[in-house]
Design a protein around this ligand. Structure first.
Ligand SMILES: [Mg+2]
Length: 363
């Protein structure tokens, strides 16, 4: 049995600003761009809970936030304080908090500056997990003076949804037995990946809550959404096998280069492509891969028309130390490039602005 936790810091940037300046405490506070009396550009990064009462939230244009704050003030609410964001400070605080997460878990995964997943399966009981996470909340509060909301569940999906149910300062536990009852009455929008467009589409199909989504056959969801429909079917049942891990898996190596002058010179472009092949192969070796299956060449013309052409060798191309791999990569890359110098890919003889070379399906 897995026990997975999602921790989300409450109004993270605003809470740090309040901590730095106690005079702000209790007042509506907005962190983000300078509102310049309603004419400022840029957006709100975070609003504290007092400011959220006025309809101010993250990603809102700061000019609009300023008008909402002004309207609230006219109604007799306290004046909203706007402060500019200080990311260096937020990063520093975040890395200290991530260290606390590390101490409290078997594995942790930084999901963003103020969110993380923890794997605490070794505790083997949800009761013990709840006690330990209450201790974690205290620790963050004592060390950093900051609040967080925590969700505990049998996987990342449930933990994430649980942490969002009781904010701020929440601690929500959903055991495996409780998963379906927890999910069923919630609006479909709680499922990560369902954005405004899929939500609108599903509403048209009379699917509004997770229970209704769960009753749609897998085949229908796949008809509607393609392969993502399969994932959606699993999510609606509360299934998520993804591991908690900070190990970022590299899916490809490559690079691209913009020429100083747009070029129609095959000798010059293929020379650059050769050098690029050498660097990309070196990158593959540095990352300790033993080969690849797919090579993709990107060509951007002077008018920014951009094309990708790929070649896949199903059995894979192994890289050894004999230099054969380099010759093979150079030859394949040239094969992909040549059609861009004749009527096959470039009938109007356009000049080339950029090339890119990428190795994918790494072995
Ligand atoms: Mg947060």
């Amino acid at each position: 049995m897995r026990i997975i936790v999602h921790v989300d810091m409450d109004a993270f940037y605003a809470a740090i600003e309040e901590r730095s300046n106690p005079a702000l405490r209790g007042l509506p506070l907005v962190v983000g761009a300078d509102p310049k009396g309603g004419r400022g550009r840029g957006v709100v990064m975070t609003a504290n809970y007092q400011a959220r009462r006025f309809g101010i939230r993250s990603a809102l244009p700061v000019s609009r936030a300023w008008r909402l704050a002004d309207a609230a003030r006219r109604r007799g609410e306290p004046e909203t304080i706007f402060v500019r964001s200080n990311f260096q400070l937020y990063e520093t605080v975040s890395s200290r908090i991530m260290q606390i997460f590390e101490r409290f878990s078997d594995a942790h995964e930084e999901a963003s500056i103020d969110e993380a997943y923890l794997d605490i399966s070794s505790l083997t009981s949800f009761d013990d997990a709840q006690i330990k996470m209450a201790t974690l909340k205290n620790e963050i509060h004592e060390q950093e003076g900051l609040g967080c909301s925590i969700g505990i569940g049998p996987n990342k999906l449930i933990a994430k949804i649980a942490s969002s149910r009781n904010k701020p300062d929440g601690l929500t536990v959903i055991t495996q037995q409780e998963v379906q009852g927890f999910l069923d009455p919630l609006p479909i929008r709680v499922i990560p990946g369902i954005g405004p467009k899929s939500e609108a589409f599903l509403h048209q199909q009379n699917v509004r809550i997770v229970r209704e989504l769960r009753e749609i056959p897998q085949a229908t969801l796949m008809q509607w959404f393609g392969s993502w429909g399969l994932r959606l079917f699993e999510k609606a049942q509360g299934v998520d096998d993804s591991p908690v891990s900070n190990e970022w898996t590299r899916k490809s190596v490559g690079e691209q280069e913009t020429f100083e002058h747009d070029s129609r010179d095959l000798a010059l472009v293929s020379e650059q492509l050769d050098r690029m092949a050498e660097r990309v192969l070196a990158k593959l070796r540095r990352n300790e891969f033993s080969g690849f299956r797919t090579m993709t060449l990107t060509v951007r013309f002077s008018d920014f028309d951009t094309r990708n052409r790929s070649r896949t060798v199903k059995s894979g191309i192994a890289i050894d130390n004999t230099g054969n791999a380099l010759q093979l990569i150079k030859k394949q890359a040239l094969d992909l490039l040549l059609p861009f110098f004749d009527a096959r890919e470039n009938p109007r003889g356009k000049a080339i602005r950029l090339i890119g070379l990428r190795l994918e399906k790494l072995l």
